[in-house]
Design a protein around this ligand. Sequence first.
Ligand code: HEC
Ligand code: HEC
Ligand code: HEC
Ligand code: HEC
Ligand code: HEC
Length: 267
Amino acid sequence: MGNFFPRWTNWLPLKIAIALVFVVVGVAMGVTYYFTPKYTRVGYMPTQPVPFSHKVHAGQLGLDCRFCHTFGERSSHSNVPNNQTCANCHGEGKGQIKIASPKLQPVRDAAKPDGKPIQWVKVHKLPDYAYFNHSAHLNRGLSCVNCHGRVDQMDVVYQHESQSMGWCLDCHREPEKNLRPLTETTNLAYTPASLSRESFYKDLLGKAKADEIAEVIKPGAKAAGLPELVKLAEEKFGKEVTQAEVGPQLKKHWQIAPPENCTACHR
Ligand code: HEC
Ligand code: HEC
Ligand code: HEC
Ligand code: HEC
Ligand code: HEC
């Protein structure tokens, strides 16, 4: 028997092993570096040119988020309100609220004929290679609070979530943990317990048959109509409506299927 392999090949397994260790460590580090800038941007709170408070305007005054944030289409520039929106209340001869306040000087300056718009500092920013559309989320049972926290309680807005790819995908895999009726999109204080079970199932009956709804409450169960569904749900979930009851129903009967393929978000 001749020796087919030269002597140095005895070291080959070791060399491969060492090279593999480098590759594994390298990949692990790369992955950590690229995919988990997770909590680094959480809490980012830039100083704004006007000390505008969401706690006052959205919380205490109760202005709806969409009074100022419209999300008509995806636009490259920031979707914050223009000066006219502020001037309706703070402008001279109009709302006259706090008309002399020094804090509102930039609002008054912007209202002058040659005035420049207020330069708000952007808080949230995805990289350009990631595609995101607000309407596609807001029309499908999510609320601002899922992605921005209790903005209505913030004097100064800050970034509440990491907005990393892992964060997007966590919800895309289990959207039922966050889905709610469309009437509650901008109700940041909403809890499922505030829902009336009757109206929830009544609305759902516009989308699906009673048996299909019953099947989600309890596999194998049947129901002839609304009273039976309510009774079945009460037996299963108790007196209060919970997310475990609402989420799976909306996911099934609104056919919610958030994409997980790369090209959905990287176009
Ligand atoms: C009266 C108008 C007004 C209302 C009502 C309002 N906002 Fe804002 N919002 C602004 C302005 C002005 C800014 C930019 C300045 C700042 O960041 O505070 C802003 C900024 C934001 C930002 C940060 C945007 C960025 O740069 O990334 C978020 C998130 C936000 N608003 C969410 C909400 C939510 C949620 C509600 C409803 C609870 C709401 N807003 C209601 C005027 C408003
Ligand atoms: C629907 C009416 C309304 C709109 C629209 C509105 N505000 Fe106000 N704003 C108020 C009220 C009411 C107060 C509280 C006044 C008080 O404390 O007595 C206030 C307070 C403020 C203050 C604090 C002033 C101070 O001296 O304490 C600032 C700054 C301000 N608003 C900025 C803005 C900006 C910027 C916009 C536009 C993005 C805006 N507001 C839109 C009604 C409005
Ligand atoms: C599914 C998550 C999600 C929901 C729900 C959501 N946002 Fe956002 N929001 C984001 C992300 C991500 C960005 C950053 C977008 C970018 O940079 O392209 C953002 C950016 C913003 C901005 C900055 C301006 C802009 O368009 O880039 C404002 C203002 C804002 N959101 C307000 C709201 C309000 C008000 C609601 C509820 C009516 C809401 N968002 C619901 C994820 C969400
Ligand atoms: C809290 C849950 C949640 C978070 C967080 C979330 N999504 Fe979604 N996403 C959804 C739901 C629900 C849909 C709607 C699926 C449907 O219509 O069937 C959706 C749909 C989409 C779609 C397809 C619709 C479209 O616009 O083309 C894209 C793309 C998308 N999301 C991107 C993102 C990105 C990027 C992020 C992170 C910055 C993100 N999403 C964060 C729940 C979420
Ligand atoms: C639900 C939306 C979504 C899907 C699906 C998605 N991504 Fe991402 N991806 C993002 C967002 C948002 C970022 C930016 C994260 C950040 O800024 O921290 C990102 C970042 C990345 C980065 C990091 C780039 C860098 O250098 O920062 C890579 C690489 C990437 N994605 C590849 C992929 C691949 C490959 C797939 C398919 C297996 C995929 N993505 C699927 C939303 C998504």
